[in-house]
Design a protein around this ligand. Structure first.
Ligand SMILES: [Zn+2]
Length: 99
């Protein structure tokens, strides 16, 4: 990722400042794809996306989905796109209860 440590620290300060405006799981689902793209490009997230980042820190189901999404977007960027079946399998594994 091209985001530098200093940039990340700035994000953290911004996150701390936006704590009042908490994103919901719905917001997260709507904006997570956009957030992944911004992060993988190394751009600075806007206020709205920062509140999603904050939500991801606190919400385990959303953060797990986000990781899968991030994997998918990265594979797309690397031209290593899995089949739809592979993607579903991945999501199934994530959402399945522990054995
Ligand atoms: Zn959530």
């Amino acid at each position: 990722m091209r985001v530098s440590r200093i940039q990340l620290e700035k994000f953290m300060v911004k996150i701390a400042r936006t704590r009042e405006e908490e994103a919901s799981c719905d917001d997260c689902a709507q904006l997570s794809a956009q957030l992944v793209e911004v992060l993988l490009r190394g751009d600075a997230p806007n206020e709205e996306l920062l509140s999603i980042l904050q939500h991801l820190e606190q919400c385990v189901p959303c953060s797990e989905e986000f990781l899968v999404l991030k994997d998918c977007v990265r594979m797309e960027l690397e031209q290593n796109w899995p089949t739809l079946d592979e993607m579903w399998n991945k999501l199934d594994q994530r959402s399945a209860p522990p054995p």
